[in-house]
Design a protein around this ligand. Structure first.
Ligand code: GCU
Length: 415
């Protein structure tokens, strides 16, 4: 009898597990039908037909829905925030670039929380647009130069390197500095851990705790993705003060979880002129209602700190969400948007990322912007679309030279 009870118990625990975390689906033919919410249908069931209605009513309403159901709140900056230039190297990258390192102090005090920003600029007399994004493993990983200040969290949860110096330059391929500089752009990046370490207890050390009083917001009112997004806006605050930079043209870029972050930052902070979300997947560009690859339940189980409490109620029930991710993409309108996928990154649901971009187009059309090219999903390595661009390249989940080539072309062509 006892044995039987134990078996029943184990079975129900297991069923519970499965109910919480179904195996990912990778079969197009097994996707149950779904209906996407219409970004242009107001809360009262009225069709939005003008930019004015969109900007004054519908856009703020949809942004608010994402805040409430998905990503949590986003506070403003703190009075007293200031910047300290800690290094200028006028001969970086073998003389091709200027490198600056700046501490962004989030409060009036230097003993308070801060973030280390690294900036590369071409040596031109003109103000340049900058690509801005967070990095995964520290600023020292984007180039081998030992003048780059070491990240405070160089040994983070996703870094299996034994000593700090071994991490120098390990992510150079993801940040092709010479190419970016050569094309006339700058690059600004900071380590996302400096805002909040990326694990379920990271909030205790991160700005959701250390800036709780200064920002007047409790840790559980926002999320890790919110904290990282907030940091992107603080980078833009700095860029606006640098006379060598055209900060009205900042191109926000993020990969994977940091692609989700870039989209949320771009939705909240319209100072970002263009947004690139590379392989941002579930909770990023990919449609949640499409049951393919990662699901909301996977996200919430593996990364409970990324999204808010309410989002957990949509585990295995995406249909109940008042939004889907095409509406997040629509919040970027009318600004140019690039959604990028990789063929071997099925976990991120490339087709769901493409469809999301396509279903954001009605909002771009309100602005009468050219949006052709996304009618059908393109083949491998064929970027399509004008204001909203999409590609699926061959290969795995990563940021490659191919991706950067397309992002630079996009930046040039959407000036
Ligand atoms: C995991 C996670 C994804 C995320 C990715 C990343 O694979 O499930 O949602 O985008 O990590 O950030 O690398």
């Amino acid at each position: 009898m006892k044995f039987l009870l134990l078996q029943v118990c184990l079975l129900s625990i297991c069923c519970h597990c499965f109910a919480q975390l179904p195996a990912p689906n990778y079969d197009e033919n097994s996707i149950p039908p779904y209906t996407l919410p219409d970004p242009l249908l107001s809360k009262n069931g009225k069709k939005i037909t003008s930019v004015k209605q969109w900007e004054t009513g519908q856009r703020p309403y949809i942004r608010q829905l994402f805040e409430e159901h998905v990503y949590g709140k986003i506070p403003g900056k703190i009075k007293g925030q200031h910047f300290k230039l800690t290094e200028t190297d006028s001969n970086a990258l073998g003389g091709k670039a200027i490198r600056k390192q700046v501490n962004i102090y989030f409060t009036g005090s230097e003993s308070g929380p801060y973030m280390k920003l690294i900036l590369y600029l071409p040596k031109t007399g003109k103000k340049v647009p900058v690509f801005a994004g967070l990095n995964f493993k520290g600023n020292q990983t984007i180039d081998t130069d030992d003048g780059i200040a070491m990240a405070r969290y160089w040994k983070n949860a996703s870094t299996d390197i034994a000593n700090a110096d071994d991490s120098r330059g390990i992510r150079m391929e993801r940040w092709p500095l010479e190419k970016i500089i050569g094309r006339g752009y700058g690059l600004a990046t900071a380590h996302y851990y400096e805002l909040e370490p990326d694990h379920k207890d990271g909030w205790k050390e991160g700005i959701r705790t250390t800036l709780k009083d200064a920002l007047g917001i409790a840790a559980d009112e926002w999320t890790a993705i919110g904290a990282w997004s907030w940091g992107l806006s603080r980078i833009q605050d700095y860029l606006e003060t640098d006379t060598r930079i055209d900060a009205s043209k900042t191109i926000l870029i993020g990969h994977s979880r940091l692609g989700k972050t870039a989209l949320w930052a771009g939705a909240n902070d319209t100072r970002f002129a263009k947004v690139i979300a590379n392989e941002s997947g579930e909770g990023g560009a990919a449609l949640s209602r499409r049951w393919y690859g990662e699901t909301i339940a996977h996200l919430n189980t593996n990364f409970p700190h990324w999204f808010n409490g309410k989002y957990k109620t949509y585990n295995n029930n995406a249909a109940a969400l008042p939004v889907d991710q095409h509406m997040l993409l629509a919040l970027i309108a009318p600004r140019p948007l690039y959604v990028a996928s990789a063929q071997e990154d099925q976990w991120a649901d490339p087709r769901g990322e493409y469809l999301s971009a396509k279903h954001a187009l009605p909002v771009y059309l309100l602005y009468k912007l050219p949006v052709t090219g996304l009618e059908t999903m393109p083949g491998i390595n064929q970027p399509v679309g004008k204001t909203v661009r999409y590609h699926i390249r061959d290969g795995k989940h990563d940021v490659t030279a191919y991706d950067w080539e397309q992002f630079l072309n996009f930046a040039d062509e959407t000036k």
